[in-house]
Design a protein around this ligand. Sequence first.
Ligand SMILES: [Zn+2]
Length: 400
Amino acid sequence: MSVPGKADQNTIRRHNASLVLNELRLYAPLSRADLAKRIGLNRSTVSSIVAQLLEEKLIVETELRTDKIGRPGLLLELNPQGGGMIGVEMGVDFIHVILMNFVAHIDWRRRILIGDGEPQETYTHIAEEMIRQALQQAEQMPLPIKGIGLALPGMVDAARGELRYAPNLRWHDVPFGSRWSQRFGLPVIVENNANAGAVGEYYFGAARNVAHFLYLGGGTGIGGGMIMDGRIFRGRGGFAGEIGHMTIEAEGELCSCGRRGCWETLAGPRAVVAKYRSRMEPSVGGGVRLDDDEIGFAQLVEAAGLGDLAALAVLQDAARYLGIGIANLVNILNPELVVLGGVLGQASDLLGPIIKETVKQNSLFPMRAALSIVPSLNGADDCVMGAAALALDSILRQPV
Ligand SMILES: [Zn+2]
């Protein structure tokens, strides 16, 4: 048996520190003995890691507890002020920035609407100003900021921290990672918004610590974040998860990607709203009627609830198509959980039963046996919390 070298020892120590922080994140308060037992390490190794984490103020000692054989020990938990994260979500027409402490409490937030068609430089400057405000806020608290996470509506090269292409914004090749890490002197993690949403649900939401799950982000189209073995599944170029563009109807409607019959032309929020508009005449159903220019997906759901039969019909159609697409993905990925995020999650009372029934009909028995389909827990904060979670994830993976 070979003796591990210094580099290996550091890697092992970092890995163990990461395990300790994760156990405390999920199950605190815990004693050193609890930690040793849960992780399967000996007491002295755990004590030495705990000492280092205490020194770095990432964890704190809380109350005294006596164990079964009468030995007193201090319980440990994460230090809320141990480290802060800034989460940034850039949407098609808004920027949302939050400041989050080490136990996932949002201490400050700001959301700004951006006019359609503003150039990328304007967006970026506004986002940078908002980050500066978040940093000022953190300094006053004080909360030592450990990193910035950025969620973007497009294809992202996460390894390089670059946005490659955002179709709805028409942006190409923007190196946010290097630009902001230089500007703010902090690590910057850049991700596609659905991947960020998935990471957020993994850390703080409906998929807490679930190793295999699928997150559906519904904004304008349908994005997918696939967590496999507790990690984002990326594929070769990092672009995996463009589930909104799987072909469901070969001769279907034209999609924003230039192809036909993509899933999001049948079940994506923007397409569903467009379908409702085209059904408005001649008059169908009763109840409330929406003015054309104020219809969004959320309004459509509300109208259906108030008795607008046309709204109900298009949403029921959409739910069936959502179910078909989810069944395909379930048959391929065998997840234990599907999380409906964004506006899809907010409409899950209405859509959920039809989605579940359709998935049941279209997935293979062993796949659906232990499958749950649930709305996201973070609601409209899915992506921005996910962005902060990206920074948290990088701290937890390399804590010492
Ligand atoms: Zn498409």
